[in-house]
Write a protein that binds this ligand. Sequence first.
Ligand SMILES: *Cc1c(COP(=O)(O)O)cnc(C)c1O
Length: 401
Amino acid sequence: MKAEDYRELEETWGAHNYHPLPVVISKAKGVWVWDVDGKKYIDMLSSYSAINQGHLNKRIVNAAKKQLDRVSLTSRAFSNDRMGPFLKKLCEVSGMEMALPMNTGAEAVETSIKLARRYAHTKRGVPEDQGEIVVCENNFHGRTTTIISFSSDPDSKKGFGPFTPGFRTIPYNDVGAFQKAINRNTIGIMVEPIQGEAGINVPSPGYLKALRKVCDEKGVLLILDEIQTGFCRTGKMFAFEHEGIKPDILCVGKALGGGLYPVSACLSSKEIMSVFTPGSHGSTFGGNPLACAIAEESLNVLLDEKLADRSKEMGEYFVSRIKEIKTEKIKQIRYKGLLIGVEFHLGPNDTVRPICEKLMASGVLAKDTHEKTIRFAPPLVITKQEIDWAIERIRPIFETA
Ligand SMILES: *Cc1c(COP(=O)(O)O)cnc(C)c1O
């Protein structure tokens, strides 16, 4: 079969809830992927930062293979010998006290909402059904009916109501707005350290620190969604480390599964997590031994290969090389580590999609985020030579954009 045949099958039999670039991938290794015709591309998306350790990282694949000779699924009706060691490691790496394992990012966010609500209701005296979680404009926290209830993106919401109440939206990067939004029913604020899907929105330095201070003063929870920014993507293990603070509740996912498997978690303190009791929350696949074996090795790779430092160094290098490109079309470059957004000057109805299609044709896979911005977020194992390979192809396309 040819590429068009695969795409036709996908279009005929699959719901059209995505608009992929027309490339059909059949093989991958490190930062590289190959299409069904054998053409090579550099992956500048890493599946939205789920492949920080590189495609089919040898150590993580081996950990999975080894576990597949032992046991894959037990459910939480029984204990297994992989979950405890993995959760201990995850807590040590993040500086949190307890973890609740789930599968997808959206489930980790849902878990954090339930956790924050129950904690506020049972320990802080917020009346049940009246609590409010503050969220930010242009947030992206996932796709469940509750999560889209507090999205500000009309495409994510249209036709999907009725929506879950209990959320209050404020502008991103605005500490004053948060202060003003707090009342006696406020549970806390849920926020992304950098807004990925909104176009790599990097807030002012000190933003998280200031939120932390307000939360402490008012006795409300700081809930960070590090599903995209976590696991070395921004040059630290977690983006909150840039500001020397810690959240009360932390959502992680994506690269926790090393690009092999969906693994997510909600982390918090012993005190907060104690509101979950048997029967109050769960997941059939959450914490399964295969997931735990993969995730533990995914963490080991991040640590042993010092991918946080690498992300910082390669991010600086990548951005310096993009800045060398002579074009008036680039409006702004926003980045931290290897989470890079390049925003273009375009007409009101134009998007960067045609640029992404040209990049694809020349062997660079990158995707638009929020219409006018291209995201460059390669696997963190990328080398200078590989960045140079990409820049050679990006330069002529940006120059003529
Ligand atoms: C991807 C993402 C999610 C949702 O994760 P899924 O695994 O797709 O459910 C939530 N929050 C952020 C910040 C994300 O980038």
